[in-house]
Design a protein around this ligand. Structure first.
Ligand code: G3P
Length: 222
């Protein structure tokens, strides 16, 4: 399973990239608004900060309701950073989103269908040619449903029908989500930097480091 960062914060993206584990970045309107910057400029800055990742998702705006509106916005987004091929058009899971997805896929543009909450939605998105589907597991957990189970079911259906659309487990909130979606067959998990940082930690690692350090002091002080 690959790691994407789910943020529009440039410092966090640079930190994650430096760690050497990053394969992509996802953003959404809420994440970009938090940064208080112009959307297109921030996507360009992100592309430049992570030159060799596979994907940087840029979402069409919530006011683009028809496929035509979405395609018009996508046509501008794909020009960012000199037509950077990793710019991936994130589209909502609506009939218009599917229509736009099919059109953009035919043009060779990467797409990510977002706000997926059922297997059927994921299947439709895959059939529309989506490069990625983004099931939001944390938001399902929030309403007492099982988000990881959804990822597991989508992975099983995609395997059964030989669909090469990649599953991005999104709305990942904590370390246990990460382990469980990896086991469930997600190709990618996208998460905030603070979750990636949690993954690096274990109290026994800290204790082990402490012990090595104290023992080493004894050798050095001889
Ligand atoms: O990738 C989806 C993410 O941005 C939503 O996460 O925590 O707002 O449900 P959350």
């Amino acid at each position: 399973m690959k790691f994407f960062l789910d943020t529009a914060n440039l410092d966090e993206i640079k930190k994650g990239y430096k760690m050497g584990i990053l394969s992509g970045v996802t953003t959404n309107p809420s994440l970009v608004v938090k940064e208080g910057v112009k959307f297109e400029d921030r996507i360009a800055e992100i592309c430049q900060a992570v030159p060799d990742v596979e994907s940087v998702s840029a979402e069409v705006t919530p006011i683009a309701l028809t496929a035509e509106d979405m395609i018009a916005e996508a046509n501008e987004l794909i020009k960012i950073n000199g037509g950077d091929k990793k710019v991936t058009i994130k589209l909502p899971m609506t009939v218009a989103g599917l229509e736009a997805c099919r059109y953009l896929t035919k043009k060779g543009v990467r797409t990510n269908i977002t706000l997926i909450f059922t297997v059927n939605q994921a299947l439709l998105a895959a059939r529309a040619g989506a490069t990625y589907v983004s099931p939001f597991l944390g938001r399902l957990d929030d309403i007492s449903e099982d988000g990881v189970l959804l990822v597991e079911k989508i992975a099983a259906v995609f395997r059964t029908h030989n669909l090469d659309t990649q599953i991005i487990a999104a709305s990942v909130r904590h370390a246990d989500h990460v382990t469980r979606v990896a086991m469930a067959g997600a190709h990618i998990a996208t998460m905030p930097l603070k979750v990636v940082e949690q993954l690096t930690k274990h109290p026994l690692t800290d204790q082990g480091m402490e012990k090595f350090s104290t023992d080493w002091e004894k050798v050095v002080s001889k």
